[in-house]
Structure formats: C-alpha cells, structure tokens
Design a protein around this ligand. Structure first.
Ligand SMILES: [Zn+2]
Length: 142
C-alpha cells in the first residue's frame, strides 16, 4: 500500500455498506502508519472519516483484514453519530471510568462501549464472510 491517503476500494465499500446504514463509506480515506500521538500501539485507528493502519495491517484480501476494516469503519460511524469532540470525550470518559474501577489498560479499553460495538461489527463481518465460502477474487489491490 502506498503511504499516502486513498479511498477504500469500491468492492470493499459495496461489501461493508449494508452493515453501516447511514454512513457514506466513499468518504472514508485510509492511510498507512499510526499517528505518533496515538498510544497503545494499535493495528488500526480511526479519526472521523480517516483510518490509519499499522504497516501491513491494511489487507483487503483476507477475512481478518476486512474484519479490521469493519471495526475501524464502526468507529467512523460513531464519529458521525456523536460528532468528533463529543465522541472523543465520551470515549475517554468511559476509559477513565473503567480505570478508576480498577481495570488494567487492556480491559478498560476493551470495555469502552464504543469498542464493544466496534467488535460486534468486526465479529459479525468475520462470521458472515466465513460462512459464505469460498471467499476469493472479489477484492482488488492484488
Ligand atoms: Zn476500536
């Protein structure tokens, strides 16, 4: 993948759109490299309509890669739903509330309601794709 920003391939937009009603997936831009200010070394990070992937994590040709894209797209929808600053405030508030309850970083992060919701999107997509075998030749960028 190029380092610069690009759109999601048309096929991926078509594949994921039914899972995210109300979100225009053609507005999403992807780029490689997680911004330096993001803590915790994630494989993906969403900011409004932009998704950052750790080098090698953006894969449109594997179920795992598409599931990660679905997870990050779920965050894009959350940004749209709540507005960027409200989303960030609620996200961080939930995280710190979990920490105050005594959870460690990973558990506190995974228990954020926005993360729970994104994992559902990720898992739904994963299960669906596995059922519809064989999964092949429907993605570009190869
Ligand atoms: Zn997430």
């Amino acid at each position: 993948m190029k380092r610069d920003v690009e759109c999601l391939p048309e096929e991926v937009v078509a594949l994921l759109t039914p899972f995210f009603p109300g979100l225009d997936l053609s507005r999403i831009r992807v780029c490689e490299g997680i911004p330096r200010y993001v803590v915790g070394d994630p494989v993906g990070y969403a900011d409004r309509y932009r998704i950052y992937f750790a080098p090698g994590a953006y894969r449109v040709d594997t179920i795992e890669g598409l599931s990660l894209i679905a997870h990050e797209v779920a965050h894009c929808l959350q940004y749209q739903r709540h507005g960027a600053w409200r989303f960030r405030a609620r996200y961080l508030a939930a995280y710190f509330k979990n920490r105050l309850r005594g959870m460690n970083h990973l558990r506190a992060y995974r228990s954020i309601p926005f993360e729970v919701e994104a994992r559902v999107a990720e898992e739904n997509h994963f299960i669906l794709r596995r059922r519809r075998r064989p999964y092949s030749n429907c993605c570009p960028n190869r």
